[in-house]
Design a protein around this ligand. Sequence first.
Ligand code: NDP
Length: 482
Amino acid sequence: MEDKKEKKLTTLAGRPIADNQNSLTAGERGPLLAEDFQLFEKLAHFNRERIPERIVHAKGAGAYGTFTIKRDITQYTKAKVFSEIGKKTDVFLRFSTVAGEKGSADTVRDVRGFALKFYTEEGNWDLVGNNTPVFFLRDPYKFMDFIHSQKRVPQTNLRSDIMQWDFWSLSPETLHQVTILFSDRGIPHGFTHMNGYGSHTYSFINAKDERFWVKFHFKTQQGIKNFTQEEANEIAGSNPDWGTQDLFERIERKEFPKWTVYVQIMPEKEAETYKWNPFDLTKVWPHADYPLIEVGELELNRNPENYYAEVEQAAFAPANIVPGIGFSPDKMLQGRIFAYTDAHRYRLGANYETLPVNKPKVEVQSYHRDGFMRHDGNFGKQVNYEPNTMGGPKENPQYKEPPLKISGDADRFGQPIVDADFIQPGNLYRIMPADEQERLITNIVGSLKKVPIEIQKRQLEHFLKADQSYGERVAKGLGIEL
Ligand code: NDP
């Protein structure tokens, strides 16, 4: 923190300040004088230091790093970031918890955000994922209700196991993510001992304009390590910022955390016949069907200089794709394409992409103008409408994506829960070693025992469908006769 170079203290307008310790008063014991604009600048600016915290993922930590390509996958994508072996791209990665507020503990049982910004030569590519390959929901229409159930009770302002299990038991598509949440991986050992996942299905488009569906995986090279519930509770009391501190100090010690980056690839046509809906965010693509292809390495190697400027103001958006990488029909992804940019316009203002941490490393040319905090040149005297004959920036059809065939009736298609929905949560339960299964059951029972019996029974049906023994063991823990 210490900087040896002597700096002159000034007002925000640049006037040197003679005294920063004593207010201007009428007499030694007298009241303040209204002309003490330096005092009022301090008081007023301080009042405005906080911007709205993120409604989800409020508590986080971030660092800069490098993404290095280790394998040629240009047969799948023309994205410049993947263009050649050895290619390096600068990144910024923000980790977070989801439900807690900005000051909440890093060691709570929760999903962790894994939000990456790649500063590529064709604009910023944001992969805004989690430490889990799936999510609770597959329709963004339910997202706000889901988050309310994870937040605070309107009357008491307390968090509530009842609200959570009420929602989960009425939304069985959540079971896969609920099983991960209550497994050992529900409380990672800081941010570096966990995997990251793009979670959604995205698309790759190659130079021949062929489309492939793709999922992204970041496997920790530090090894998976988790806190037990007891350890996490203890740390939440003694050092709620444990994960933030661990990340910062590792990087300061030059123990740079690394992840091996993989993709799963599905040819475009196969999506129509594959046994799972590949655009359903509550499902993974089993590795046996779509093996992990190692493509590169992600390393974090530089801490931010200023938390507020670089981490609090970092704005990630799944809308930020680059040529060669596209969206998919995943409904949750489609919802997030709007919601994230909208959140940033609200929190940071319409010009948030011009903030240093968000600013692309390539030249930006557009017809957007003005708005709060337009602190750059606002495109100077350049023409601000299109079409024009004034030499303004031009679209380039070379970047057009191949058309995507879509068919069917416009409707609200409901979400019938079918038996197949319980297979993957059951698979996860079945691959867990016996001791992890034991802790999963203990963790679930610890929370579910706090809720009314009707909710317990409704939820038990889901566990039983996933795996008979999964349900029986939770029932036993709750003291319910099946
Ligand atoms: P595999 O045996 O090929 O893969 C199992 C995966 O499960 C591994 O990636 C492993 O991650 C991960 N895993 C192990 N324990 C946990 C846990 N407690 N929470 C979350 N993930 C865990 O099997 P399948 O591909 O057929 O998948 C079986 C189940 O594994 C799925 O239903 C899903 O729940 C889970 N899974 C699958 C993933 C996928 O993309 N296919 C990704 C992650 C989980 P690691 O190698 O890091 O130990």
